[in-house]
Design a protein around this ligand. Structure first.
Ligand code: LLP
Length: 419
């Protein structure tokens, strides 16, 4: 599952001790395993090898350029959601015809930049957006390929904040409107080629059933549209594969492929996938140092130097992340404790009520596990905290792939004005 393992009482990432990284680079620091990233990508690739899909890594999960470049070099395309992500993809020279662009709120400037870049598809999320892309493509003298992101009204059975395909969600276009687009509106959209249906039903989905439900709806819709003159050549089933944080038993890449491939048999559709978390989630940890041990009348707190600004998932989704001391303690009397950051909010915690060695003390380093996806990419400067450093491990070696922010960088865009 990943390459973070205990060896001789020390937690290693591949062949590098995490304690050594924290001592050298400082903390908080995100550490990623190159081998694990590639292993997860290759698992998906292998599972789907019979139909050779385009796997567009969903950069929002972890947009560090080095991570994206590893995946690009392995043959991945990229799923982007903003002008900033397009800029990142261009910075590492991702082939433009391997870039797909989703988002409910693409601005005219973002649309123009993406058309000029020559991206493969916009995943279009409203009629208004469709019209705007058509108008901008016309003004640029281009014909742009687009996918309609269909909202299939399927419950993904995941956290409500990351369920995206119910009628109540802001994402995608319902089936009825999609038909109207093809049967009525399409004639007037001369600068668009609508050739893909996109479905993304949510994230951290553990069971294959909702994927199957959504895909079946999508395929049925494509068959109906193509029978009536449309020319849909691609289907994009988004991301959403769940991973193990705690006791989950998510479908494997192979379970997923085995469920998907038969539904697409003989349909003559090129498949696109947009995995994020599946590739990087378990390929990263957040290392943090205990600043103080604080025992109160009701509980123990380990106050650490990482906080909700570094990893917001526990605060935001009450998400579980395992916590492991990077050097195992000899006497293992355990004691329950909350692991909390220095931020001025009671919601600032990384873990609650965890059984950890009672002898943990100041300066000990803890690894917060499964922090590779939606960790650094959701981090902020709240409380004027500098964003953490990022490190990539490859075998016996490691390198810094993002320097820790400096105080200077924290304020460099601010102006002490005259007003
Ligand atoms: N495609 C689209 C259109 C998406 O919106 C997303 C994620 C993905 C692909 C990748 O999904 P994944 O394979 O990573 O599940 N911050 C949340 C997750 C938000 C997911 C947003 N969309 C978390 O930390 O759990």
């Amino acid at each position: 599952m990943h390459d973070f393992k205990m060896k001789n009482n020390r937690l290693f990432c591949e062949q590098v001790s995490l304690d050594a990284i924290a001592r050298k680079v400082g903390s908080p620091v995100f550490v990623y395993s190159k081998k694990t990233i590639l292993d997860h990508f290759n698992k998906l690739k292998k599972a789907f090898k019979d139909i050779d899909p385009l796997i567009c890594y969903s950069m929002k999960a972890n947009s560090n350029l080095s991570i994206c470049k590893i995946l690009k070099d392995a043959g991945a395309g990229i799923d982007i959601v903003s002008g900033g992500e397009l800029y990142r993809a261009q910075a590492i020279k991702v082939q433009a015809d391997k870039i797909v662009y989703a988002s409910v709120g693409k601005t005219p400037e973002e649309i123009e930049a993406a058309i000029k870049a020559g991206i493969l598809f916009f995943n279009v999320e409203s009629v208004a957006e469709l019209k705007l892309i058509n108008a901008i493509a016309r003004s640029l003298g281009e014909k742009q390929k687009v996918a309609i992101r269909v909202n299939p009204d399927v419950a993904a059975k995941t956290h409500k904040y990351i369920t995206t395909a119910k009628k109540q969600n802001k994402f995608g276009i319902d089936v009825k409107t999609t038909k109207e687009i093809f049967f009525k509106l399409r004639k007037s959209l001369n600068n668009l080629e609508i050739c893909c249906i996109h479905l993304h039903i949510g994230s951290q989905i553990e069971h294959v059933t909702p994927f199957i439900q959504a895909l079946k709806k999508g395929v049925k819709l494509i068959e109906l549209l193509n029978k009536n003159g449309a020319n849909i050549t691609h289907i994009n089933i988004g991301g959403g594969l769940g991973i193990i944080y705690d006791k989950e038993k998510p479908q494997t890449a192979s379970d997923y492929a085995k469920a998907i491939i038969p539904i697409l048999a003989d349909k003559n559709l090129k498949l696109i996938l947009e995995p994020g978390r599946f590739i990087v989630g378990n390929a990263g940890v957040l290392l943090t140092k205990i600043i103080y041990v604080k025992d109160t009348s009701v509980k123990r707190f380990y106050i650490v130097d990482a906080a909700m600004n570094d990893l917001i998932r526990p605060s935001f989704y009450e998400a579980f992340h395992g916590v492991i001391p990077v050097i195992a303690k000899k006497k293992i009397k355990l004691k329950k404790a909350d692991i909390v950051g220095p931020i001025c909010e009671s919601g600032d915690f990384l873990a609650k009520q965890r059984l950890l060695p009672a002898s943990l003390s100041q300066d000990d380093i803890l690894a917060v596990m499964s922090a590779g996806a939606y960790g650094f990419s959701m981090s902020s400067n709240y409380n004027s905290r500098r964003r953490a450093a990022e490190v990539l491990v490859d075998g016996k070696t490691f390198e810094i792939i993002r320097k820790r922010e400096t105080y200077g960088e924290l304020i460099k865009n601010e102006i002490t004005g005259k007003l």
